[in-house]
Design a protein around this ligand. Structure first.
Ligand SMILES: *[C@@H]1O[C@H](CO)[C@@H](O)[C@H](O)[C@H]1NC(C)=O
Ligand SMILES: *[C@@H]1O[C@H](CO)[C@@H](O)[C@H](O)[C@H]1NC(C)=O
Ligand SMILES: *[C@@H]1O[C@H](CO)[C@@H](O)[C@H](O)[C@H]1NC(C)=O
Ligand SMILES: *[C@@H]1O[C@H](CO)[C@@H](O)[C@H](O)[C@H]1NC(C)=O
Ligand SMILES: *[C@@H]1O[C@H](CO)[C@@H](O)[C@H](O)[C@H]1NC(C)=O
Ligand SMILES: [Zn+2]
Length: 467
């Protein structure tokens, strides 16, 4: 049984994503003060894309720029929330869901699967981009080709974010969010109602997720968890508990790569396996995704939509005012707890200024991020009287709209529907032609193997429009 083994892993068993520890979500905050800190320098040289946190100056701050009026009485002192924190205080899950149980928060939910059915041999290697030649991925590739959604021929980026991809970053036509903040109508970047917070946590489930779940339940709060498929396979019981407690589960890829650096097929594999493991563990398939590091362009966006996944970003007012706490960077020693709370204070200020509600980037992967959330950020948010809810609810939709099996499609029609016209080919038409693949400037569906349904044919010029 996997779960038993997992809890024996050491902390170092947890991956640190990206090219440097500063990789949090395209967010390594570049110090806007004149002090070029070593972390800012290393973030820049590692090429992590640089959208600064909300009005942030220096996340290595050693003091708060405001006075802290509200905290959790049991909060860990800020001075102790550091990268070198040694306490590994995890608490057991608040409860353990029973296989076969019904989710009382989700109307129409199927019975909860048995988590012992989640065995690693049924999934790709953890924390690696899954191979694209498996039957599963080939099936998803065919479904994308048949979706009627056109996948634009945008070249892959190289690792290193905006600085390493100057031409792509300057090309506004590709709508590369992490470099330009460009969004399409399909993207969710805020909640419509002022002072409403679509609460999200990324990168879990982890050892520390139970601590967060306990706090959320005690305070009658619900969130959206953008989960990493590899973590779902590792912590299926925690994922079940998240799900059964009424939180929204959504996709954050299998191995947490920069999606714009991958081929179409690899993006499909990353999203498909994450959808699958979530479905295997919870019984339902999520229909929202968040790209790691916010790294999405029109190619990745349309692949997501073709796979039934609506992209959810975090609120971005302008290049220097993004609603990113930078909490991820505390564990890597690139941000301090004080800096994170200063960022949060700026977010509060800006949330009060904008006309809409908002979405903030936070993580449940590390002890530090959970301590900051439960000790400080959430108590302060409740004191602000923000209306806190999962993203699906902040969009004024019921939780049942967040999963394919429970969505009646009335208030949340699938992202891929309604955009298919006769002239773009009805769903299924691409595969029905027997020619659903293209090779184009190295980023097309490069299908290995000999499946005739996926072999490039003379219909390329026509078909390519519909990939
Ligand atoms: C732990 O980190 C903090 C700040 O990051 C630093 O001030 C402190 O000296 C470190 N403690 C140890 C024991 O390394
Ligand atoms: C993405 O898909 C939509 C729906 O099919 C389509 O209208 C749009 O043109 C596509 N985007 C690009 C850049 O091709
Ligand atoms: C970005 O937005 C913030 C908050 O509204 C504002 O204070 C700041 O001046 C803006 N910066 C730019 C470059 O527009
Ligand atoms: C926020 O905290 C302050 C200071 O403790 C308190 O006076 C106020 O009543 C709180 N407001 C809410 C809405 O909790
Ligand atoms: C909602 O749309 C999805 C995707 O097109 C489809 O699979 C599902 O059957 C639809 N559900 C209902 C209740 O129509
Ligand atoms: Zn992430």
């Amino acid at each position: 049984m996997l779960a038993g083994a997992i809890f024996a892993l050491s902390l170092t068993g947890l991956p640190v994503y990206g090219q440097s520890a500063s990789s949090s979500a395209a967010s390594s905050s570049v110090a806007s003060s004149s002090v070029a800190t070593s972390s800012a320098a290393s973030a820049a040289s590692s090429g992590a894309t640089s959208s600064s946190v909300a009005g942030s100056t220096n996340t290595e701050a050693t003091a708060l720029t405001f006075s802290l009026t509200v905290t959790n009485p049991t909060a860990i002192p800020l001075a102790s929330i550091t990268a070198n924190e040694t306490s590994l205080a995890t608490i057991p899950l608040p409860s353990t869901a029973t296989p076969g149980a019904t989710n009382t928060f989700l109307s129409g939910a199927p019975a909860l699967p048995n988590p012992t059915s989640i065995v690693s041999s049924n999934y790709p290697t953890l924390d690696k981009v899954p191979p694209t030649d498996s039957d599963e991925v080939q099936q998803w590739i065919a479904e994308v080709a048949a979706s009627g959604i056109s996948i634009p021929h945008i070249t892959q980026t190289v690792l290193g974010g905006c600085p390493a991809n100057a031409e792509a970053a300057a090309d506004t036509s590709r709508c590369w969010w992490s470099c330009t903040g460009c969004v399409r109508d399909t993207d969710v970047q805020e909640c419509p109602t002022k002072l409403t917070w679509g609460l999200t946590y990324d990168d879990g489930p982890s050892f520390y997720t139970p601590n967060l779940l306990t706090y959320l339940t005690a305070n009658d709060l619900s969130a959206t968890f953008f989960t990493v498929g590899s973590r779902c396979a590792q912590f299926p019981v925690t994922l079940q508990e998240e799900f059964m407690a009424g939180h929204q589960i959504a996709v954050h890829t299998w191995s947490h790569p920069y999606l714009t650096t991958l081929t179409n097929e690899q993006v499909i594999a990353e999203l498909g396996w994450t959808k699958k493991v979530i479905k295997d563990v919870t019984g339902v398939t999520p229909n929202m995704m968040r790209p790691p590091y916010g790294d999405i362009d029109d190619r990745v966006r349309n692949i997501s939509i073709a796979m039934g996944l609506t992209p959810v970003m975090w609120t971005r007012i302008n290049a220097t005012a993004t609603f990113d706490t930078d909490d991820f960077d505390v564990h890597g020693g690139l941000a301090s707890s004080y800096g994170v709370l200063n960022n949060w204070q700026n977010i509060i200020t800006q949330a009060n200024e904008i006309d809409t509600g908002f979405i903030v980037l936070e993580h449940d992967l590390f002890e530090e991020t959970v301590q900051l959330a439960t000790g400080y950020i959430l108590p302060s948010a409740m004191n602000q009287s923000f209306d806190i809810k999962p993203v699906i609810n902040c969009l004024n939709k019921p939780l049942s709209d967040a999963y394919i099996e429970t969505n009646d499609n009335s208030t949340n029609p699938p992202a891929a529907s309604g955009v298919v016209t006769l002239s773009s080919g009805a769903p299924g038409s691409a595969s029905a032609t027997g020619a659903a693949s293209s090779s184009n400037s190295g980023v097309g569906l490069k299908v290995s193997g000999t499946s005739t349904a996926l072999t490039l044919s003379g219909g390329f010029a026509f078909i390519a429009l519909f990939l």
